[in-house]
Design a protein around this ligand. Structure first.
Ligand code: CP
Length: 303
């Protein structure tokens, strides 16, 4: 694939994305057949999580173990030498001498890119601030492909926190690589999609609309996001918008669409929706394992 690190979805093109989706299906088949792969025997994944995570870290660790490899890492910097004043550069340099590949999550935008400059082994961005979450994007695309059967020609509605939601930013860009995709952004005024993403879509000729009312007519995928308290510089701003957008049974029942959410969720989806066939968010988080198996294989294969 010619890629050393996976920092931004912008680092890869449509061809590479389709290759990863194809490899992910093979990995899903392996998981479903309960076979064990040994292709990562002797390889170590280092998971450096400077910010909380459930799905991304655990699915990366599951992926590496399902491939026969092992895992080291930290989930709480209070137990690391960062607390003694060690620089980011030194931490990454040392860990890249221990592991064969690094998955890093960090609250600062650009941290994963910086890590890739200090590391002697491949670095995967597992989420950097409000910026990018490329492996989530790949599993989101995989979910759409598996559950709808195509990505070209679909209409996707993004709902909720479109300003700080890094999964939305990454996925918008990736969708713009596919043919005839239409996007609907539904959010309060304060949480509108950033203007640079709008400029990207305009440049690429992607049809999109922005609105404040939940209208899912003609939508194939509704992608719900949490209003992220931790990203708001001003807590009063969070208080003003929290709970404003909630997907209810009335919005989705009898509609031919799928409901996705990167999770974790708080109260933005009525829990009664969980039992509808349209609800795909738990399936989506499961798909994180085969997709991350494919990503690990691709990045380590070329070394
Ligand atoms: N979707 C996602 O990134 O979840 P976590 O924060 O639990 O990793």
């Amino acid at each position: 694939m010619g890629l050393k690190h996976l920092i931004s979805i912008r680092d890869i093109g449509k061809k590479e994305i389709l290759n990863i989706l194809e490899e992910s299906k093979k990995m899903e088949d392996v998981l479903n057949s309960k076979k064990t792969l040994k292709i990562m025997e002797g390889k170590i994944l280092a998971t450096l999580f400077y910010e909380p995570s459930t799905r991304t870290r655990l699915s990366f660790e599951t992926a590496m173990k399902r491939l026969g490899g092992s895992v080291i890492g930290f989930t709480d910097i209070r137990n690391t030498s960062v607390m003694k004043g060690e620089s980011f550069r030194d931490t990454i340099r040392v860990v890249s001498d221990y592991g064969d590949i690094i998955a890093i999550r960090h609250p600062c935008e650009g941290a994963a890119r910086l890590a890739s400059e200090y590391s002697s082994v491949p670095v995967i961005n597992a989420g950097d601030g409000s910026n990018q979450h490329p492996t989530q994007t790949l599993l989101d695309l995989y979910t759409i492909k598996r559950e709808i059967g195509r990505i070209d020609g679909i209409t996707v509605a993004f709902l909720g926190d479109l300003k700080y939601g890094r999964t939305v930013h990454s996925l918008c860009y990736a969708l713009s690589l596919f043919k005839d995709v239409e996007i609907r952004f539904i959010s309060p005024e304060e949480l509108r999609i950033p203007r640079e993403i709008v400029c990207d879509l305009l440049e690429r000729g992607v049809k999109f609309q922005e609105m404040e009312t939940i209208d899912l007519e003609g939508v194939d995928v509704v992608y719900v996001t949490r209003i992220q308290r931790e990203r708001f510089p001003d807590p009063n701003e969070y208080e003003r918008v929290k709970g404003k957008y909630k997907l209810t049974l009335e919005h989705v029942k009898d509609r031919d669409l799928i409901i996705m959410h990167p999770l974790p969720r708080v109260d933005e989806i009525d829990p009664r929706i969980d039992d509808l066939p349209q609800a795909k968010y738990f399936q989506q988080s499961f798909y994180g394992v085969p997709v991350r198996m494919a990503i690990l294989k691709m990045l380590l294969d070329q070394k």
